[in-house]
Design a binder for this molecule. Structure first.
Ligand code: KG4
Ligand code: ZN
Length: 388
């Protein structure tokens, strides 16, 4: 049974983990350690991730995080049988730190190194936490950089059936939080203040994508879903973000196009709103996002006759999304799987898990892969994609 070391440095978390194979097909992997050094405090000051600062901090943290992962697992480097590292997508300077570290470690100890697609990691966090999902499954990956729906008919085969046409859901959370003066990262902040807000206080527009859309691309799920449905399971969040901006301008009395109006789009505009109103806007915005995510996921699941729904990625840490997904699943008689919070947001245990999946289906690969800022995930057995 192989012990794999997972490494993740795609954005602003430096992470390393040790994951073991169990030999049990229904529950194939077990976490031995899962260490994450978050850079949130560094980027908070700037209101978002600053790529150059992120790369530099990964360089500072990677050795200590790796040593802590081995120590917490109670193992030595000689016990590690393979290294898995996030190849992309992400910030290329950040990815490079993990890729260089992972390759050097594997090369020097004579073990294979497995390049892993970040979203394959998020998807495999579900199996890592709950064992193999009942298949076929409709899996929503919802994070700061992605909002994508996958159809999984067999383990390790990821077929993209829907994605966002503009912003990712996590990105919308972060931008609206900034607008409300809630700081970075915005998702957890909106989640918190929304608890005391009225989610019916404001009506946010529900985006419906139809064939009449002028810029509608060829549906991703063509051939998997009927064309009509395929278009309906794409996402769009930029309209919601604009609606929130207008609302804040209205409530703060700022006029559009004037200096004051521009100020309303800056960080402190929301700070001028009464706390109750911030809670109401956050709760109403969150209701709209969660409904959009779940409507499409469950619609796809119904059409695909899925035996389970999975929800993974940073936004799956959201309390309302978790609660509403469970409720819909119970209502529609379809089991819903969501990772525990530590496996929802970026971590290296999920990269170790996806690395083991790939190692077992494709075998050890070559060392000549590079970090890729854009990388598509689709298709073949354990195939983590190609350049976009
Ligand atoms: O998967 P992740 O850690 O990194 C990426 O791959 O992007 O996702 C980060 C995103 C951020 O946009 C963050 O605001 C969001 O996940 N997030 C949340 C919550 N916790 C993290 N969004 C809503 N509610 C949360 N509780
Ligand atoms: Zn992620």
């Amino acid at each position: 049974m192989t012990l794999i070391l997972g490494i993740e440095t795609s954005c602003d978390e430096t992470a390393a983990a040790v994951v073991a194979e169990t030999g049990e097909p229904a529950r194939p992997w077990q976490i031995r350690s899962n260490v994450v050094a978050s850079q949130a405090a560094i980027h908070r000051e700037w209101g978002g991730v600053v790529p150059e600062l992120a790369s530099r901090q990964h360089v500072r943290d990677i050795c200590g995080v790796y040593e802590a992962a081995l120590a917490q697992a109670g193992v030595n480097l000689a016990d590690i049988g393979a290294v898995a590292v996030t190849q992309g997508p992400g910030l290329v300077g950040s990815l490079l730190v993990g890729v260089a570290f992972g390759k050097a470690l594997a090369w020097s100890t004579g073990v294979p190194v497995v390049p892993v697609h970040h979203l394959a990691g998020h998807i495999e966090s579900l199996t890592l936490a709950h064992g193999e999902l009942p298949l076929p499954s409709a899996v929503l990956v919802v994070s700061g950089g992605h909002t994508s729906l996958y159809f999984i008919e067999k383990p390790g085969r990821y077929q993209l059936i829907g994605r966002t046409r503009d912003d990712a859901a996590g990105e919308a959370y972060d931008k609206v939080a900034k607008l409300l003066g809630l700081g970075y990262p915005g998702g957890p902040a909106i989640d918190r203040v929304a608890r005391s807000g009225n989610d019916r206080a404001f009506e946010f527009p529900a985006t419906r994508l139809t064939h009449a859309d002028r810029n509608a691309p060829k549906p991703t799920a063509d051939g998997i879903l009927p064309a009509e449905i395929a278009r309906r399971v794409d996402f769009s969040f930029s309209g919601l973000k604009t609606a929130a901006l207008r609302l804040v301008r209205e409530r703060t009395g700022a006029e559009t196009g004037t200096r004051a109006g521009k100020a309303a789009s800056s960080d402190d505009a929301g700070a001028r709103l009464p706390a109750g109103e911030v809670g109401d806007i956050a709760a109403s915005f969150q209701r709209a996002v969660v409904e959009a995510l779940l409507d499409r996921t469950f619609e796809a699941a119904r059409w695909l006759d899925a035996k389970s729904v999975g929800i993974a990625g940073g936004v799956s840490a959201n309390s309302r999304l978790r609660g509403d997904a469970e409720a819909r699943g119970a209502d529609q008689g379809i089991p819903v799987f969501i990772p525990p919070i530590a496996l929802s947001t970026d971590n290296a245990a999920m990269i170790g898990a996806a690395g083991l999946r790939r190692l077992r289906s494709l075998g050890a690969g070559a060392f000549d892969f590079n970090a890729e800022a854009s990388l598509a995930l689709s298709g073949g057995d354990g195939d983590h994609g190609s350049r976009r």
